[in-house]
Design a protein. Structure first.
Length: 243
């Protein structure tokens, strides 16, 4: 997500288990926008959360920042989004896009701060795995585990569950705890048409299996990855290690 726990292939996720805890609130997020154009609901968010005199300037900065974000020019988006935030600090859309741009620019503290604010405003847990990855990058190990535990208390979406597993298992590999990571990241059936999130999970699971000394499991997962996405980043290195 870049660290993103070997999720350089950004945040699409797969089906994961329901934990029977508190239900996750759903909120429209900027991750559903596929272009740099401002959809109607984004404009409505700014109108709802911003004093009238500041709305159009905030929308102008947000529009430019969204275009740069859509073009994957994350660092370039930051000044525009910071200006938008100054004009409209209660806009969840601005806080979310600023947090994600900071994350993808390696600005972990800023990303963590903005995405936590987004979560407080909306109640949406969609970016808690990204928060966890920021904590991982900052070396805040206890907070990584605490965030993982908090995520498990909620009846989270499959998307959030899968991404959280990718992040936490990657953290456990870093800590030399591959055997602890395996039950967390172990995929279910290797289906014929996996989502991008499932493919990411397979990749991290292959790394965990290799680190735990289970080369047969790692090879099965690499073979599954080869069938789905042979150019997936990191697979060549893992394949060579298995030879």
């Amino acid at each position: 997500m870049s660290r993103q726990s070997d999720n350089n292939h950004k945040s699409n996720r797969s089906r994961g288990p329901s934990h029977g805890g508190q239900q996750q609130r759903r909120h429209r997020t900027i991750t559903s926008v596929t272009s740099g154009q401002l959809p109607k609901w984004v404009r409505e968010d700014i109108v709802r959360s911003t004093p009238k005199a500041r709305r159009e300037p905030a929308l102008g900065h947000l529009s430019k920042g969204m275009e740069q974000f859509a073009d994957e020019r994350y660092a370039a988006a930051l000044p525009e989004l910071r200006s938008a935030k100054e004009l409209s600090p209660r806009s969840s859309t601005i806080r979310e896009l600023l947090g994600l741009s900071a994350y993808r620019s390696g600005r972990w503290e800023e990303a963590l701060r903005e995405l936590r604010t987004f979560r407080r405003i909306t109640g949406d847990l969609i970016h808690m795995p990204v928060e966890m990855d920021c904590l991982r990058a900052l070396g805040r190990k206890e907070d990584v585990t605490k965030t993982w535990d908090r995520i498990q208390e909620h009846d989270i979406s499959a998307t959030v569950s899968n991404e959280a597993r990718v992040v936490y298992a990657s953290f456990l590999i870093d800590e030399g705890k591959a055997r602890e990571a395996w039950p967390i990241i172990k995929p279910g059936r290797l289906i014929a048409s996996p989502s991008p999130g499932e493919v990411r999970r397979w990749y991290v699971a292959a790394k965990v299996a290799f680190a735990a000394g289970d080369k047969d499991a790692a090879r099965r997962l690499v073979a599954a990855l080869d069938e789905q996405e042979p150019d997936f980043e990191g697979v060549d290195e893992l394949r060579q290690a298995l030879d």
